[in-house]
Design a protein around this ligand. Sequence first.
Ligand code: FAD
Length: 384
Amino acid sequence: MNKNEVAKVVIVGGGLVGALNACFMAKRGYDVYIFEKREDIRKADEAQGKSINLALSHRGRKALKFIGLEEEILNNAVPMKGRLLHDLNGYKKSVPYDPVFKKCIYSIGRNFLNGKLLEAAEKYRNVKIYFKYKLINIGLSEGRVSFLNVEKNETVEFQADLIIGADGAFSKIRRFMETTPLFEYSQTYIEHGYLELCIPKEQSHLMKSNHLHIWPRGEFMMIALPNKDNSWTVTLFMPFKMFESIKTEADLLNFFSKTFSDSIELIGSKELITDYFKKKPSSLISVKCSPYHYKNKFLLLGDAAHAIVPFYGQGMNAGFEDCTILDNILNENKDNFKLSLQNYSIKRKANTYAISDLAMYNYVEMRDLVTRPSYSLRNLLDSL
Ligand code: FAD
């Protein structure tokens, strides 16, 4: 690239991280092209795959603030000031996240947030978004990407100075990078899957507001996050073998009345049956890889680089933090892609590996340890 030329950046994936990163790149003055395989999420009827709402925390907010979107997003989110634990008998206990400084996390709709990020990206004159363009091939050494326009069944090729893989946990770009020497890669599927249910807004008066509700049951758990329309998205996390053992409506009602008895009134038994048998439980994958870049041309961000299990509520937040950190590194290296990408991979690895491990650990914390006295307190009591 000539010094006076504007860098051309392709972002593969217009999900949460790709759309946010487009804003960061556009602010730097680059020409940005997003290619997204799905239709425009703002025109889709309902959330596709994954969770309907997400917990937004400090790292994510910082990135949203940088592009001027934090306030609007928080105005459309629901603060969660603590956990509300439901025990087997239906007794509830509130555990505030931060009793001293009163900081909290926010529940935000995935589609809403993704739509707002795409809208923000589109406001930059130097951003173009192409929907229904699926990445199908890559020329790693030339910095070339080929897309299939799924509507017209036509293939287009694109060459860019920098290609960002924000194409999620099953990243195609990462697949190509896996074939290069010294690229480390590992993936782990946990034995637990998840299934989403709903508490309708009409029942919300029975739910303590501004909390993340948890039904911790040792080997498994159920959680509920509030939506802006007063409904709650409920997620049941359980080993697949437990999902499989529930075969009939009677099995389901029997299981729920034994383990989550107070939730039947909240969800409604008819709706519980419909939603439970409507879909198969989804799997949860954790991906680690290193480095995140290939030469001065390709970089992985978000789940493409570090998909993690959702129990720390940090997957998206970590992906948003990727954008902030990359931007800082590009500043430090005066937009030199070669140096920036190298530095980014070195700087980011320890933290993304750490959050991945913490997320794995937090499943045990959420489904089991929250119900027990803390280890140190128990030791203290034992020693008396
Ligand atoms: P994605 O959201 O997966 O977006 C990738 C995009 O790339 C998609 O739009 C996809 O269509 C597109 N794409 C894929 N392949 C191609 C291709 N070949 N060509 C073109 N486009 C392509 N995180 C939190 O921070 N807080 C939470 O509370 C939280 N809860 C979660 C709950 C569950 C049940 C799950 C599964 C995850 C949760 N996460 C949470 C994690 C969060 O969903 C992810 O970290 C986040 O979606 C990552 O964003 P992304 O843009 O990197 O990837």
